[in-house]
Ligand binder design. Structure first.
Ligand SMILES: *Cc1c(COP(=O)(O)O)cnc(C)c1O
Length: 411
């Protein structure tokens, strides 16, 4: 039995030349020759630049953009973005070192994440970056370490808001959470910050991820700004940094529409006068990972074998779950859906078929496309997974089954 699947419509961001997908101005087949082996990830520099331009055009001028680099920490990607955005948000000391290697000044790098260790905090204090404090324990430890190092740490409080980001793929605020300080506990902490001699810069309020509903994001912006202004009444110093999170989603699956960021921008524009009046020194920041990079990246693997089994056609490839966990539906998805997958060197062939694309791992979870319509492929053809520039390689269990780790390139 075959199911016919609706085609992906919005996902034609790469041009096609002579039946072959182009990336970074180069035919995919030529790029595969250049890399010399499959599988690989490729990120298109120009696409990232265009995406930042779109954000700048859509959001109010005074809003700063930060790159949340856990989405794609490849050094070349981070360096490219360092020249385009206003700050970088890191979630580990490993990421911090990559960010510090770029041209981004330390005071525009911030570090969030629960359970920061003494070692991590010391390195971050010495680097002079902003520490988004997730708990009272972190605050006390930061104060102690700052004293020991003879450096006054820059701190922001990460707030776990008293509301949730609706329709979010991943909720990271509201209710009981390991992230941030519950909003109702923040005022006690703010009193202590002053006494501990920490340099308070502001708030970080991140509510969730992968949201495609502009209305939900707008509502969150409104509530986040209201909450910030309420918290600021007890702030130990003027609020200079107001990171209102991000959560802008991208379309992965058929039926999903791109986020309407124009309307988010307009709405934010209307909210800003009140903030400017109450918090005149506050720099508003939106932090985004996926939205900045996901659509610029592809994962490329090669068909090793065409195989029939009881009426179903399988394309067995050299790539899969160990390199791209998310595309197989195993990275937080509740229901497995097909990512946009295509035959990159035969994009426009008239001959179509329904195929199941799998990887080489001995597990049925290693499934890149389940009974999807694509152009007819043969051995050695190149299978491309689109929307792969975020949460790809570094979000995958590369050690599982011991295959080589794929190359990443930026073109
Ligand atoms: C993961 C994360 C982000 C990035 O989320 P995206 O969905 O990739 O935009 C931003 N901020 C924080 C605090 C995060 O943990």
């Amino acid at each position: 039995m075959t199911r016919s699947q609706p085609k992906h419509t919005a996902l034609t961001q790469f041009t096609v030349n002579d039946n072959c997908m182009m990336i970074g101005g180069m035919p995919l087949t030529r790029l595969a020759q250049r890399v010399g082996k499959t599988p690989f990830y490729a990120y298109d520099r120009q696409k990232i630049t265009e995406r930042i331009r779109l954000l700048r055009q859509s959001l109010p001028d005074e809003v700063h953009l930060h790159y949340a680099m856990k989405a794609n920490p490849m050094p070349a990607v981070v360096q490219h973005l360092a020249g385009l955005v206003d700050g970088i948000d890191v979630a580990s000391v490993g990421e911090m070192h990559v960010a510090l290697d770029t041209t981004m000044p330390a005071e525009r790098i911030s570090f969030a994440g629960p359970g920061k260790t003494e070692h991590e905090l010391s390195c971050a204090i010495a680097a002079g970056i902003i520490l988004n404090m997730e708990s009272e324990r972190e605050m006390l430890l930061i104060a102690k370490l700052g004293e020991r190092l003879g450096i006054r740490p820059n701190v922001a409080i990460r707030i776990n808001p008293d509301f949730e980001l609706k329709s979010s793929g991943m909720k990271m605020g509201g209710g009981p959470k390991q992230f941030g300080v519950d909003a109702e506990l923040a005022s006690t902490m703010q009193t202590q910050i002053g006494q501990l001699g920490l340099k308070f810069v502001g708030y970080h309020i991140f509510s969730g991820s992968q949201n495609l509903k502009a209305e939900a994001i707008k509502e969150t912006h409104e509530k986040t700004l209201q909450l910030s202004m309420r918290l600021a009444e007890n702030a130990p110093a003027p609020v200079r940094l107001l990171n209102i999170g991000g959560g802008f989603g991208i379309p992965y699956f058929s039926g999903e529409e791109p986020l309407d960021i124009q309307s988010i921008g307009k709405h934010l524009h209307n909210l800003l006068p009140a903030v400017r009046q109450q918090l005149p020194e506050a720099q508003i920041v939106i932090e985004l990972g996926r939205y900045m990079v996901a659509e610029s990246g592809i994962y490329v693997c090669r068909v090793i074998e065409r195989k029939q089994s009881r009426g179903r056609t399988f394309l067995v490839t050299d790539g899969g779950l160990h390199h791209h966990l998310a595309a197989t539906g195993n990275f937080g998805q509740v229901i497995r859906k097909n990512y946009p997958v295509m035959i990159g060197n035969k994009v426009q062939d008239a001959q179509k078929e329904i195929v199941t694309v799998v990887g080489p791992l001995c597990t049925p979870l290693d499934l890149l496309a389940d009974q999807m319509e694509m152009t007819q492929a043969e051995e050695n053809d190149l299978v491309v997974v689109l929307q792969s520039g975020a949460y790809g390689l570094t979000a995958s269990p590369t050690a599982f089954l011991g295959h080589p780790v794929p190359i990443e390139i930026m073109v």
